[in-house]
Design a protein around this ligand. Structure first.
Ligand SMILES: [Zn+2]
Length: 353
């Protein structure tokens, strides 16, 4: 069963002075409309009251430094409306929206861990995976539209509930630098990040494999620009899926960004529904085989990626309109095959894949 959680409070985070910004409330309307018209109307749940057994503001300090959290709340309480870096804005409603995003990400996790849903998607904004311990992460120039880290909240909630070995899969076109920084030294969090090489935030090198004691738990797969469905399907079939079975996680947490969809607007990748359906299907099959659930939080995706990629992922999970791929028929490049080998060589001494 699939649940899609959202809150009207996510609309309160608005670009300053009414000027255009790609990360704006319209994104949620696009996503909700697309889900509505692709058979998921009944799965959408508007959350009025979040019931989790932790205080979200206190819980934030497990992911972020108190000075950073206080700084953001202070801006909101002062009625600040403007940019905190070249990409990222804070408006009057930002703290309400960002805190609700954290709470709903935790609630979605709770319900998956209680086996209420096989997949719970927290349709949140602002996004989170670039938000690190102090805001900007790993030398990035900005926070990339993110305030608090939603997938880190989901993951930390699962750890807090006694579930060890949580697997994060980040399919957003940008590297999840905030997430990687937060869990860098934590061997209980395995983070697989597939992203476009050479764009913001500039991190996510193959050889970044985790801090001392957590080596091999951070897996970075930087793809060349213009990679498409077959490249991604090859990588997920030959590398990501075997990794999941090797790791045997207790929960899969997906940083669900759809900005690698062709012409979504912020990057050069060329994914279509084919990959997202394949990915949803893979999530369904591995989670069922391992007897675990999947929680997902919305990251990027700014136009057509939300319209087409998001419903395709859920359709794949729900077993609708699924086309089976035979790996020997997948046409990918020498560069992608070399990349898969290089990642495997790097991880071999830490994980049996
Ligand atoms: Zn992104």
């Amino acid at each position: 069963m699939i649940a899609i959680y959202f809150s009207k409070e996510f609309y309160l985070h608005t670009p300053p002075m009414g000027l255009y910004h790609p990360e704006n409330p319209r994104r949620l309307e696009i996503a909700l409309n697309a889900l509505h018209y692709s058979g998921f109307k009944e799965n959408i749940i508007e959350v009025q009251n979040v019931k989790v057994d932790v205080n979200a503001q206190e819980f934030l300090l497990k992911m972020h430094d108190s000075a950073y959290v206080e700084h953001i709340f202070k801006l909101c309480s002062q009625g600040f409306e403007g940019y905190i870096d070249n990409d990222t804005y804070v408006s009057r409603g930002t703290c309400k929206a960002a805190q609700k995003a954290i709470e709903i990400s935790m609630m979605a996790t709770k319900h998956v861990l209680e086996h209420r849903h096989s997949l719970a998607l927290a349709l949140v904004r602002p996004p989170g995976h670039h938000a690190g311990v102090m805001g900007k992460a790993m030398g990035a120039s900005t926070q990339g539209f993110c305030i608090f880290n939603n997938i880190a909240a989901a993951t930390t909630y699962a750890l807090h509930s006694g579930f060890k070995r949580i697997l994060i899969i980040d399919i957003d076109v940008h590297h999840g630098n905030g997430t990687q920084q937060i869990f860098w030294n934590n061997p209980d969090v395995i983070h697989i990040d597939v992203h476009e090489h050479g764009i913001y935030p500039g991190t996510g090198d193959i050889h970044d494999i985790g801090g001392k004691g957590a080596e091999g738990t951070k897996v970075n797969i930087p793809l060349p620009p213009y990679s498409g469905d077959e490249d991604y399907i090859y990588i997920f079939s030959t590398l990501v899926e075997p990794l999941i079975y090797a790791v045997k996680p207790r929960l899969i947490a997906v940083s669900a960004g759809f900005d690698a969809y062709i012409n979504d607007g912020l990057a050069e990748m060329r994914l279509t529904e084919s990959f997202y359906e394949f990915f949803g299907r893979m999530l369904y099959e591995v989670s069922r085989a391992l007897g675990i659930g999947v929680v997902a939080t919305l990251e990027g995706g700014y136009s057509i990626g939300l319209r087409n990629g998001l419903p395709a992922m859920l359709k794949g999970f729900a077993k609708q309109e699924y086309a089976k791929f035979r790996i020997e028929e997948i046409k990918t490049s020498y560069a992608i095959k070399t990349l898969v080998n290089e990642v495997m060589q790097t991880l071999k001494q830490y994980i049996a894949i």
